[in-house]
Design a protein around this ligand. Structure first.
Ligand SMILES: O=C(O)Cc1cc(O)ccc1O
Ligand SMILES: [Fe+2]
Length: 434
């Protein structure tokens, strides 16, 4: 999948997932035919950014070469960052209760909170040092990051906005992402977040494990679900600013900071296959039954991060998009189940068909390994009694971050959990035997 100097579309993005891209914001900045010339053009510095080990198999190998105005290496020591108190607070060593939990959305932020300081870490599994596991953060912010940038050494970040657009100004280009779209910033890539709509709220999944990729399609064939051509990678863009810029970094589960005398978003050209991207969830080609039974939710996998065990994901990012429900003689919503995988869910818009009440856009739920869950009583009753005509589930978009590792809620999450979520499953009538 090599694309040689393609013309980006008018919006400034290259189409395709994981392609090899070459892009320069200033003509002549990108070396031709070699990565590390003795003297890069204009006195730029060549820097390799690795997303996988040098020796990763070719089909998994991800890296890019950046040509920048100053080397990243030129920086003072980091000290602990003590803003963003709810972001990366560390996890408790206490035994993890097997309780099901649910959260209301964060209130929209008070004036003056930017994306970094507006982040609240809700769920974490595994230590980032293990190079496995995921964390789920939520944010509420209403102020641009003007003089500071963020970088995550602990993993790639998957942005899932629920309210308000985000303008991600990254080292490797600008990515605009609206509710209904998702965007990814690779591990280590610095960026700042502008909020063109003022207030913004949403989710960020942080993947410590193997890089998110498109799932295999098996018998589905060569097309369908998230199609590679619908992913968009930005063209090179940079800012030439010689004013102080604070860098905040997440490293091994804690936040660190130092200040540069310039913006590190100074990459004038780059090439490679490790880059930010965005994807519009409305492009997802959903597959579902046209006969009977509710299929496993793996049919809705957008992206997967495999673990070392075949078929058992470190994390699957799954969506529940608008779709027709046509199953005959079938209880159509999600069934009751106990899953060996752990399920964190969020809602981007509308209602979710297994929960009549209490799961709101911007909210979150957790059903860890082996927790019994499924439709609440009202959803069960409605679906049990419904006439089974074809029905369009419209105006809805939920997502699940399903992981083989049980999630630990942070202290801030435990403080904010809905009281008595268990009650949504109270009062099912007992079966009556003959
Ligand atoms: O628990 C949930 O709501 C998520 C889910 C949806 C579904 O259609 C099947 C299984 C499943 O875990
Ligand atoms: Fe589930």
């Amino acid at each position: 999948m090599t694309v040689h100097h393609p013309d980006p579309d008018a919006a400034g993005y290259f189409p395709g997932f994981g392609n090899h891209v070459s892009t320069e914001a200033v003509a002549g900045a990108l070396p031709i035919g070699r990565n590390s010339p003795q003297r890069p053009a204009f006195g730029l510095y060549a820097e390799q950014l690795s997303g996988t080990a040098f020796t990763a198999p070719r089909h998994e190998n991800r890296r890019s070469w950046l040509y920048r105005m100053r080397p990243t290496a030129q920086h003072p020591p980091y000290a602990r960052y003590d803003g963003a108190r709810a972001f990366a607070p560390g996890t408790a060593a206490a035994p993890l209760a097997p309780n099901r939990l649910r959260w209301d959305p964060l209130p929209l932020a008070d004036a003056g909170v930017d994306w970094v300081d507006g982040m609240t870490t809700m769920l974490v599994n595994r230590d980032p040092a293990d190079l496995e596991g995921v964390a789920l953060h939520i944010y509420a912010a209403n102020r641009d990051m003007n003089d500071r940038v963020f970088m995550d050494a602990d993993g790639e970040l998957l942005f899932v906005p629920e309210h308000g657009r985000l303008e991600l100004l990254t080292e490797m280009g600008r990515v605009s992402v609206a509710p209904g779209q998702i965007a990814c910033v690779p591990r280590g890539v610095r960026f700042r977040v502008l909020l063109p709509d003022g207030a913004a709220r949403g989710y960020v999944a942080e993947n410590h494990g193997s890089l998110l990729r498109l799932p295999d399609l098996g018998p589905i064939g060569a097309n369908g679900l998230a199609n590679p051509r619908d992913f968009e990678t930005p063209v090179a863009w940079f800012e030439d600013r010689d004013t102080p810029v604070q860098v905040i970094q997440k490293f091994m589960g804690a936040l660190w900071t130092m200040t540069l005398d310039h913006s590190p978003l100074d990459v004038v050209a780059w090439h490679g296959n490790l880059a930010p991207w965005r994807y519009d969830l409305s492009r997802f080609m959903a597959i579902n039954t046209v006969s009977f039974d509710h299929p496993d939710p793996s049919i809705f996998t957008v992206l997967t991060s495999p673990s070392d065990v075949p078929g058992r994901a470190n994390a699957d990012f799954v969506i529940f998009p608008p779709r027709w429900m046509v199953a005959e003689g079938t209880f159509r919503p999600p069934w009751f189940h106990r899953n060996v995988m752990s399920e964190a869910m969020g809602l981007i818009t509308g209602e979710y068909d297994a929960k009549a009440d209490g799961f709101r856009p911007g909210g979150l739920s957790l059903h860890n390994m082996m927790s019994g869950h499924g439709p609440d009583v009202a959803s069960w009753r409605g679906a049990t009694e419904a006439a089974l005509a074809p029905v369009k589930l419209d105006g809805t978009m939920a997502f699940m971050l399903e992981s083989c590792w049980a999630y630990r809620p942070t202290a801030a999450a435990l403080d904010r959990a809905q009281l008595d979520y268990d009650a949504v499953w109270n009062d099912f009538p007992k079966a009556v035997l003959p």
